[in-house]
Design a protein around this ligand. Structure first.
Ligand SMILES: [Zn+2]
Length: 76
């Protein structure tokens, strides 16, 4: 007999940011460190997320900062 797996369908929609936030919410020390490192460099780019020598840096807020910011908020 086949059973409908509703649970796996719901989790498939998780974004990388949500997964990171869930992971980080259990690690406040790591989250604080990430928030301190992944900051605007003054030009709208992340200081800690280089895209490579030819491409400069990732636009801020980057994925990691967004996840850490979400994890640090009580309401998620
Ligand atoms: Zn970053």
């Amino acid at each position: 007999m086949a059973r409908a797996s509703q649970a796996s369908r719901a989790t498939a929609k998780h974004s990388i940011t949500t997964e990171l936030a869930t992971f980080l919410s259990a690690q406040p020390t790591a989250t604080a460190k990430l928030l301190a490192q992944h900051v605007d460099d003054g030009h709208g780019y992340c200081r800690a997320c280089p895209l490579g020598a030819q491409h400069g840096h990732q636009v801020w807020p980057c994925t990691i900062y967004a996840a850490a910011a979400r994890a640090s908020r009580p309401e998620g």
